[in-house]
Design a protein around this ligand. Structure first.
Ligand code: ATP
Ligand code: MG
Length: 844
């Protein structure tokens, strides 16, 4: 299982992985840890990430960025409609009514759903993780803004599926940051002590998020979150863009907004200027050459003017801070630290305002850009059985209160109940009890529409099916489990009917169900709440009253049933059977299963198409590179190895190919380039081979010469009766003598032939032939010269030292004939160590 965290930002994305050394943010193929959230569509392929970003100007209408917040929204959504003027590509309506992106891809007009576009981006991030981990990646944790609603979250989960990812958890961005902060802290208060309360502020490109988190040893609990979903670096860029549009309209009579390319360039320059202003108070220039209609534009701005211009934006910094303090009823003195992350947190005026609000210096102990991805990877590691991570429980909150609405059984019209209040712990499950005679539907919705940064409070409708009255005719008890899952998504996860069974004749009735009242007030903790159980159980107590409330609102039939029994009477024991009920979900903007499957399939095809296109491009580049390399070398290193006529022919061929690459060869199939390269190599390879031979030949001869000399030395030593070789067989030594002499004759004759040979022709002897000769000589002579000397019985008293190294020369690796040993070792070898130190020859 892979352990990967993805921070899918509005502007840039980060990938963190868990490896043996810990959590690490990994770089993409451009050695950059930040990957732009950008997809560009071309006539033959897609480019994603940094490659796409480089096409923002050149292919502006088909290069898509800034799409993170289109998730889970109808095309008619006011947010989508208001975004249209600030994006230079076209938005379109999907058949389902959601938002799509219209581009030209593969020479055709195409509309991709937002899930597909994010799916493409995730495909790229997945590849980055895979090349870092060198294994396939599926399991991961992906970040989303804490204020995302259900529809937005489900849409991101679908995007992950399109990219072949198994998202184990959608993690709120600020929660990921709290985890990245808390898990390494060694000095957190003990579980029973007062928690350490830290405020986290993330100012990204599109949004501003704040959360308050309580830390104890081994756990963190989010207390409250607040946000301004429209306050981020982008809002400041827009102010600057509008300012310069006005200035250029006056100064140069240019209507920038009519030209997408110019607008994109202005956005880029304004962003650069904004960043410069974070570090600099003086007047800073903004110059763009050939901006529009061949006009160069220039302007300047300083930080003071910028802050004045954006005063309205800066004034919005305070509200979310105030909100979290009010929600948690904390005082500023209760705040241990204020941690700030996100790219736009570098704007000095933002930092000042946050710091002033809390009357505290801000902490920047976390990496402002990478903390979200690192937190996600940590969460993934916690969820992964393959990684051992310090026990750490994470309790998040639901950002908006969720209510259920249903038609009351007693014909009293609609009933309504808040099931998860704001800041309720999440993930969490509750069991609700209804008494019904027929199928019924529950409508889930966010009950504070004004708070939502989303136009529709609907979550979805859940039809509880197959509900029938009890055999007695009374209403049936239906238990419905509602939950906020690990992704922060609401669902009715199961429903069951408690069927009261008639006891068989003579059978003593027996109770299998807990007493009704107990059952009604029971709040079940979702088993998949990881390690947050402790906290949640504590909350169980609080929740009792909530359910009881609900049940009074749900139950008419219950009252009926209760009045059947005198209050004091001993309840008859009843046997019951639990029947699971099917639930029919109709979720707000849920992608249909078959559509999702089509998207998965289509992503697979596009990945394949990109791969083929890459191979085709590589094949083309290979031809181009070969042309340039050869042209240079033909008049350089290779000059001596080619005749004039051949050189002219080859040069001409190279020139023709270069021209062809710009004309007919500009856009050909991969095979055409492969064939072209082979054609060129037919001419070029023999020349290169001759060059290589000439380079390698002297070394090979030298090697052979040394080897011959080595064997001759042994023969000489044998003849002079050196003790080291006196155990060798004479016939064998004669054989070595002859072989070495023959080799010498062969070498001299070949060297002689080669010295007369023209370098532009095939060499008289090939390096491989010389190497074969070396090998042949070695295998015939080495067994003779490295024959071990018979062991001499040592005097008894020295026995103890027999097995130890002699003269400190023992070398456990030394083997007779080992190619690594240097020739000539025999000259220095001590007789006692002869077995190990006999001459050993090199062999390639
Ligand atoms: P979001 O969190 O909204 O999804 P994101 O994660 O892509 O977006 P970040 O990468 O945190 O956003 O921040 C990007 C923003 O930070 C951009 O607007 C960028 O211009 C801004 N930014 C980065 N560095 C600086 C700086 N030195 N001064 C001012 N702004 C900066
Ligand atoms: Mg971010």
């Amino acid at each position: 299982m892979s352990v990967v965290g993805f921070d899918v930002g509005f502007q840039s994305c980060y990938v963190a992985v868990a490896r043996a050394g810990g959590i690490e943010t990994v770089a993409n193929e451009y050695s950059d840890r930040s990957t732009p959230a950008c997809v560009s569509f071309g006539p033959r392929n897609r480019s994603i990430g940094a490659a796409a970003k480089s096409q923002v100007v050149s292919n502006c209408t088909n290069t898509v960025q800034g799409f993170k917040r289109f998730h889970g929204r109808a095309y008619t959504d006011p947010y989508i409609q208001s975004s249209k003027p600030s994006v230079v590509y076209d938005l379109a309506q999907m058949p389902s009514g959601t938002t799509g992106i219209k581009v030209r891809y593969m020479e055709e007009e195409k509309v991709f759903s937002i899930e597909q576009v994010t799916g493409m981006l995730l495909t790229k991030l997945k590849e980055t993780a895979e090349s870092a981990l060198k294994k396939p990646v599926a399991d991961c944790v992906i970040s989303v803004p804490s204020f995302f609603t259900d529809a937005e979250r489900r849409s991101v989960i679908d995007a992950a599926q399109i990219a072949g990812l198994n998202c184990l958890r959608l993690m709120n961005e600020t929660t990921a940051v709290t985890l990245a902060y808390g898990i390494y802290k060694q000095d957190l208060p003990a579980p029973e002590e007062k928690p350490r309360t830290v405020v986290f502020v993330d100012v990204g490109h599109s949004a501003y998020q704040v959360s308050v988190c309580a830390f104890n040893k081994g756990k963190l609990k989010i207390l409250a979150t607040a946000f301004d979903s429209e306050l981020g670096g982008k809002a400041f860029d827009e102010f600057l863009v509008n300012h310069f549009c006005e200035e250029f309209a006056k100064k140069y009579k240019l209507d920038v907004k009519t030209k997408p390319k110019a607008l994109v360039r202005l956005y880029q320059e304004c962003e650069k200027l904004k960043k410069l202003m974070s570090a600099n108070c003086s007047d800073l220039p903004l110059n763009i050459e050939c901006f529009m209609n061949d006009i160069d534009v220039s302007a300047k701005l300083n930080r003071g003017q910028f802050e004045e211009m954006c005063a309205g934006l800066l004034a919005r910094v305070e509200a979310p801070l105030r909100s979290v303090m009010e929600q948690t009823k904390l005082k500023k003195e209760d705040i241990y630290a204020v941690e700030i992350v996100g790219g736009a947190s570098r704007i000095p005026a933002i930092k000042e305002r946050v710091s002033k609000f809390f009357g505290k210096e801000l902490s920047t102990t976390l990496n402002a850009d990478e903390a979200v991805a690192r937190g996600c990877a940590l969460q993934c590691a916690i969820l992964s059985p393959a990684f051992k991570v310090r026990e750490f429980s994470i309790t998040d909150v639901t950002p908006y209160p969720i209510s259920l609405k249903w038609n009351s059984a007693a014909e009293e019209g609609l009933s309504d109940c808040e099931v998860f209040p704001k800041n309720h712990a999440a993930p969490f499950s509750k069991v609700l009890t209804f008494y019904r005679r027929e199928p019924f539907s529950l409508d889930a919705y966010y009950n504070t529409p004004k708070e939502l940064p989303y136009p529709d409070p609907t979550i979805g409708q859940f039809m509880i099916q197959n509900v029938v009255p009890q055999a007695s005719g009374e209403s049936s008890k239906v238990k419905v489990k509602v939950r906020i899952n690990v992704h922060g998504v609401f669902s009715v996860s199961s429903a069951s009917l408690v069927e009261v069974l008639k006891p068989a004749e003579g059978e003593e009735p027996m109770e299998t169900e807990p007493a009704a009242k107990e059952e009604e007030s029971k709040m079940q903790v979702d088993p998949d709440q990881q390690k947050a159980q402790g906290d949640n159980q504590k909350e169980n107590g609080d929740k009792k009253s909530e359910t009881e409330d609900m049940e009074t609102t749900t139950e008419d039939a219950k009252q009926e049933k209760k009045t059947d029994q005198p209050p004091q009477a001993k309840k008859p024991k009843v046997k019951t059977k639990i029947v699971e009920l099917p639930i029919d979900n109709s979720l707000h903007w849920q992608l249909a299963n078959d559509t999702l499957n089509l998207f998965v399939e289509s992503e697979g095809k596009m990945i394949m198409q990109d791969k083929l296109e890459k191979e085709r491009n590589d094949a083309k580049n290979n031809v181009e590179e070969y042309v340039y390399e050869m042209r240079g070398k033909l008049h350089g290193a290779l000059e001596k190895f080619v005749g004039e006529a051949d050189r002219d022919t080859f040069s001409l061929k190279l020139e023709d190919t270069e021209n062809w690459l710009y004309e007919d060869g500009e856009d050909q199939q991969k095979q055409v380039y492969i064939d072209k390269l082979a054609e060129l190599k037919n001419l070029g390879q023999p020349i290169q081979d001759r060059y290589m031979e000439a380079e390698e030949r002297p070394k090979a001869f030298d090697h052979l010469g040394k080897q011959i000399q080595q064997y001759m030395k042994v023969v000489e030593a044998y003849k002079t009766k050196e003790e080291l070789y006196d155990h060798l067989d004479e016939a064998d030594v004669d054989k070595v003598d002859k072989l070495a002499s023959d080799a010498m004759i062969w070498m001299n004759s070949k060297m002689n032939q080669q010295s007369k040979q023209n370098l532009t022709l095939e060499p008289a002897v090939k390096v491989t032939e010389i190497q074969a000769k070396i090998k042949e000589l070695f295998s015939a002579c080495n067994p003779v010269v490295s024959k071990p000397k018979p062991k001499v019985e040592p005097p008894k008293e020295e026995k103890g030292e027999q097995n130890g190294p002699v003269n400190g020369q023992e070398d456990p690796d030394a083997q007779p004939g080992s190619p690594e040993k240097t020739p000539g070792a025999a000259d220095t070898a001590h007789p006692e160590t002869a077995e190990k130190k006999l001459p050993e020859m090199d062999i390639d």
